[in-house]
Design a protein around this ligand. Structure first.
Ligand code: C5J
Length: 221
């Protein structure tokens, strides 16, 4: 069904039957103390504001029967999918794979790798495990979207300028119309969030559109 979403740089009409909600990396490792995000020196409480908008759009998407996709950043327990350049970077308090209060940092199957309880995937929803920042690299996401005839992505998650941006940029190159839900995204660096959103919609929508979650929810209902 075609619906109109108020967005920047301009409103757009989307066909809900060909639209997927993609929630990026709303994991305990990024949102809760003791995970990957905090190990890098970040104030993880800054990401909490995105949870309720993600929950609202997730509920609306489920009620509308839309395709829902969750992503999780993380690595195999033997780190075989983690390039040395990622493992050795920076000076974190705990490196990827080391033990933390939520289990091994950014490792699949550990408590910290899980999506936060408020946004837990329902049985049957698609969960894409990704080793990188973008959700297409080394994952089946492209094939999943093609199999479902998806043309438009509504995107929320964390962090705005890292995994959301990397995913949206590649989705844009692959021909998807991306609508980034501003308040359903967040960053440890608030001005990166604001600038990241501005970059999406600049130049006539160089990477896509930016909308308020309420606008997307109103359109979906
Ligand atoms: C980061 C992400 N920030 N999900 N990952 O390292 O944005």
């Amino acid at each position: 069904m075609p619906v109109l979403i108020e967005a920047k740089p301009a409103p757009l009409v989307v066909d809900l039957a060909r639209t997927a909600l993609v929630l990026i990396d709303m994991q305990r490792d990024f949102l809760e103390p003791g995970g990957f995000g905090e190990s890098l020196g970040n104030d993880v409480s800054l990401l909490a504001a995105a949870v309720e908008p993600c929950r609202a759009v997730l509920a609306a998407a489920r009620a509308a029967g839309m395709l829902v996709i969750h992503t999780r950043e993380g690595h195999e327990p033997d780190l075989s999918d983690a390039p040395p350049a990622k493992l050795e970077r920076g000076a974190p308090t705990a490196r990827i794979g080391e033990a933390g209060p939520m289990g091994r940092i950014l490792i699949r199957g550990e408590p910290g790798h899980a999506i936060v309880p408020a946004l837990a995937p329902l049985p049957g929803e698609i969960v894409i495990d990704k080793p990188g920042k973008g959700a297409f690299y080394a994952t089946p996401l492209g094939a999943v979207l093609e199999a479902h005839g998806i043309t438009t992505l509504l995107v929320g998650g964390v962090t705005t300028e890292v995994c959301v941006h990397t995913t949206v940029r590649e989705a844009n190159d692959r021909g998807y119309r991306c609508v980034v839900l501003a308040d359903a995204c967040a960053s440890y660096v608030p001005h990166f969030h604001e600038t990241g959103l501005a970059m999406i919609a600049a130049q006539g929508g160089i990477f896509g559109w930016v909308a308020a979650t309420d606008a997307a929810v109103a359109a979906i209902r």
